[in-house]
Design a protein around this ligand. Sequence first.
Ligand code: 9MR
Length: 545
Amino acid sequence: LPEGRSEHILVNQVGYLPGASAQIILTQRPEGGEFYLMDSSGAARLATLPLALDSLVWPSAGQTVWPQEITAPRAAGHYRFLVPGLGYSAPFAVGDAVYQDPFLASVKALYYQRASTALPERYAGKWQRPLGHPDTAALYHPSSGKEKGTLDSPKGWYDAGDYNKYVVNGAFPLGQYFALYEDIGDPVPDGQLNIPESDNGVSDYLDEMRWEMDWLLTMQDDDGGLFHKLTTKEFEAMVMPHEARRQRYVVGKGTAATLNFAAAAAQGARIFADIDSVYAADLVRRAEMAWAWALLHPAVAYTNPADIKTGEYGDKNFTDEWYWAGAELFVTTGKAPYLAYLRSHPAPLHFKGGSWTSFMGLLGCFSLLRHPEKVPAEIYAPIRMRCLEVADSIAATSLEHPYRLPMTKFAWGSNSDLLNAAMVTAAAYQLSPEQRYLQHITDVVDYVLGKNPTGYSFLTGFGSRSPMFIHHRQSAADGIAEPVPGLLSGGPNSGQQDRQQAQYPPDVAPMKSWVDQQASYASNEIALNWNAPLSYILAWVQVNR
Ligand code: 9MR
């Protein structure tokens, strides 16, 4: 039998829940009719498994694949596969809490993204760093509607590998994080995250969420509308936060930012109600002010002014933003105007490839589905039915794909598109616990953590082969070999918008269009709204399997 680790056996490098049904992929022809489950040292043969010899040519991965069905061992431990003709797989763990460490890291990553604070060694370990971006005096850009003056707008999380703060992509991931809290209860009780607020008697999870919510509140103008973003004119160089000192501006004001804020603040009000009723009441008031502004300005699309070159988060279709805000405001307040909105607008419950641009409406639907006692049956029933239909279609489409994925297009942030799909099947599972939904969810987890054509686990710090050179300014500039842990790389992106800077292999297949290079902002960046559904799914799957 061959020795050594084979690149041609694709497994979840973190591991499996005990007894889980899963698929692994071989990308080279195996020999014989069986393969073996081994202990992690590779010395002891624990089980013999039948080898499926059917192969499939899959051009979008540039591969021929030999998928194998497996059942994870029931006994907790560490294992590998041995495939005759190929060699050993990466090691993987089996256990009830196998995703707990990656989950906690994915939440702790938000702490590492904090603006306006130093990260002392006590909390940040070797990724400690000085304070960056106090953001106490961001200049109003003319596009904000203000002619002069500055805004005091501290806190919040850096959006991604860059240091800007965008309202659209602050509120949206916050909504996804809130969804987890509402679906499974407090996933990180006080004292578990080792952040400065640990041991203050409040959930560490909510302490971390509040860092972002507090910032969003500063971005609301007196008239109720939300400025679009707080940003430099151009992206900073790959330097540490405290070295990134270019002037920051408050830019734009628009319907998408305003409605997303309304939604997240209204949802946050429910979540913070038991912990801080004054804060919660303020969130409701601010959310209603935002909704009122949006009624007066129902379709103000944001586009970058000529002198602003940073991320746009532009979206000209507000259907899903309206629905998300209306749904959260209705569930929180029960007031008639929000109900009227829901009655007169069909739920935008569809899966259009999983991009953030059309996903906010789904968050609204999930909140309605979570509160059957509050939602009139004639609104609830069709949303419930539609959620199951969409999940059925996601699960069925996935079974036709050799990697069991619901899509064939791999765009910017494709990993988040897949995880967003899993959030839909998770919502459906909560309505109707069908095995096929759960299977889809664990298949997505397996893909992200290593069972994908690149052979990498896309989560920094987890898996035997994970990104070392993410497009993330701190990780690039801190002089520490390991990137900040718990960050999800965007994943394969056939668009290769960064091909001038990054080196892709020639003619690389769409599902392999990813490189572990700092320059690759289009495939190997990280972003809040990519970590959010990962955190959701990792915690959710451990509770709901
Ligand atoms: O996630 C965004 C993706 O859908 C867009 O195609 C891309 C280009 O506009 O921008 C992505 O968001 C980036 C944002 O604009 C700026 N911060 C980094 C984000 C992740 O790359």
